[in-house]
Design a protein around this ligand. Structure first.
Ligand code: DC
Length: 233
């Protein structure tokens, strides 16, 4: 047994656009696990900061907001909805402006501390697939399985572009690739919990593989681990 009542903790970290959300959702579905999109949680905080008109460089005001914020992920109807202080912000947090704001506020200590506490509470019993940037390095360094999912910036830019255009956003491919690179830089250069691969994470390159190929490969690894751990979950 792995010692957690609901199964393993599976961490999927990596840069934006590598396919983490899709893979995490499908993997969680196949395993009957809960998906926890930690990026969506940071995005929900960014939404509240922006809605309150708080300057993201005003760390005290952001901290106060975090102390009273109620961020919730609801997976009860098969798809994940994100709530910030009771408001469904699932679609509102996906704009390019929110992405940039999230990258800024997620570098702040009080924001990371409060989200990390919440994520640990949500995941500690296992049976979860958590996706983010620092799950394997900071949130659950003792996760039973860690993946680092990556792809080239051009490939990730193309995927993000298709997603944004699909959402009706007016953007060009060049500016999307540029925004992806800018965010990579901000996420990996920050002092607190920067994006990096945990030493014991399994690297998975999604540049030239289909979602299904990546998913099957990861599921195989998970099933072996579950078998080794001697749990049926
Ligand atoms: O995965 P995403 O694109 O929705 O993440 C949005 C932002 O949140 C991204 O700039 C990195 C940040 N983030 C983070 O700092 N730590 C996490 N665990 C998840 C996301």
């Amino acid at each position: 047994m792995n010692g957690r009542p609901n199964g393993l903790i599976i961490a999927i970290d990596g840069p934006s656009g590598a396919g983490k959300s899709t893979i995490a959702r499908l993997l969680a579905n196949r395993l009957g696990y809960l998906q926890i999109d930690t990026g969506a949680m940071y995005r929900a905080v960014a939404f509240l900061v922006s809605q309150a008109g708080i300057d993201p460089s005003d760390v005290d005001a952001v901290e106060q907001l975090c102390d009273s914020a109620n961020i919730r992920l609801d997976c009860s109807n098969g798809s994940q909805r994100v709530f910030a202080n009771g408001q469904d912000v699932t679609e509102l947090i996906r704009t390019p402006e929110m992405s940039l704001m999230t990258s800024r506020i997620s570098a702040l200590k009080p924001v990371r501390e409060s989200m990390m506490m919440l994520q640990r509470r949500m995941g500690r019993d296992g049976g979860v697939v958590l996706e983010g940037r620092d799950i394997g390095t900071a949130v659950f360094p003792d996760a039973e399985l860690k993946f680092f999912l990556f792809a080239s910036p051009e490939e990730r830019g193309k995927r993000r572009f298709a997603e944004l255009v699909g959402n009706g956003e007016q953007v060009t491919l060049e500016e999307t690739i540029e925004a992806v690179s800018r965010r990579d830089h901000q996420d990996s250069q920050r002092d607190l919990a920067p994006l990096r691969q945990a030493e014991d994470a399994i690297p998975v390159d999604s540049s030239r593989s289909s979602i299904d190929e990546v998913l099957n490969k990861m599921e195989d690894i998970v099933r072996k681990k579950i078998h080794q751990a001697g749990t049926t979950i």
